[in-house]
Design a protein around this ligand. Sequence first.
Ligand SMILES: C[S@@+](CC[C@H](N)C(=O)[O-])C[C@H]1O[C@@H](n2cnc3c(N)ncnc32)[C@H](O)[C@@H]1O
Length: 297
Amino acid sequence: MDGKIFVPPIKIQGIKTKLVPLIKQNVSLSPGTLWVEPFMGSGVVGFNVRPGCALFADINPHIINFYNAIKSGGINSDIVRAFLQDNGRMLEEGGEKFYYHVRERFNDTHSPLDFLFLNRSCFNGMIRFNREHKFNVPFGHKPHRFSKAYITKITNQVKYVEDCLKIYDWEFICQPFSDTIAMPEGDMFIYCDPPYSGRHNDYYDSWDERSELELCRCLQESEARFMLSIWDCNKYRENGSINTVWNFCRKISHEHFYHVGAKEANRHSMTEALLMNYPAATSITAGHQPSPVTFPA
Ligand SMILES: C[S@@+](CC[C@H](N)C(=O)[O-])C[C@H]1O[C@@H](n2cnc3c(N)ncnc32)[C@H](O)[C@@H]1O
């Protein structure tokens, strides 16, 4: 398979685009394995692994509705293009006022097209909901956001998923991780990317020590092969749970850099880890040959 990474239409904080190559090298899949992803977020990991059968789940209903709308044909790349052209024009004319109009409309109707529009024009491509389940991310201050090239990019991203859904048996379900992990039987591989503890303050995205222990219990009970994305260390501290809660797992670490603001001095390093409950030798991705799907430019 070529080295291109497909970037999905919905963005989310903590998106694992940069880790996809490392994850793909280390998953343990044979052709019939069911891919289970209880914290799908943007879906970037599973969408690039491209398993034949997959169960994608998330507790955020808007992510799941969006992909189910593509699956059912309720939205497709042509509909998305026309919608973004119309609403992009209105954003250009109405600026921030129009953004907040769409935000209100989305909080009333929960339209997947509005969700996409907001996600691609809000501040930093974030997904955040308050206690009343209302999307509350402010405007990204770019009224000319939906240029022709940007709309083509998003349309192609939707088309990629559309094409995958014609080839593969992929299901999208809104439910908590414990239900997802308990659901399937047989040969499965579970990839987990839960929120990082205490990092975000969001209705659908909170996480603490209790949740982590519960996740560990569910995974062990399932007896499946699993991979967990977790933060390992930064300049100030190490993640203590790696050697306690997850001490039965094998670890691969990966350092990456992120910026806070534009200054070079604000370049920070963070080490993330992949934890696995199977030995390196059982990594049999070579047997997994995803069908070709055209990558968007
Ligand atoms: C770090 S993000 C996943 C990012 C994803 N791997 C990616 O690369 O885009 C965590 C996701 O877990 C979901 N989530 C949070 N708590 C959950 C729970 N209890 N059960 C299921 N999903 C949950 C959030 O809605 C969010 O989409």
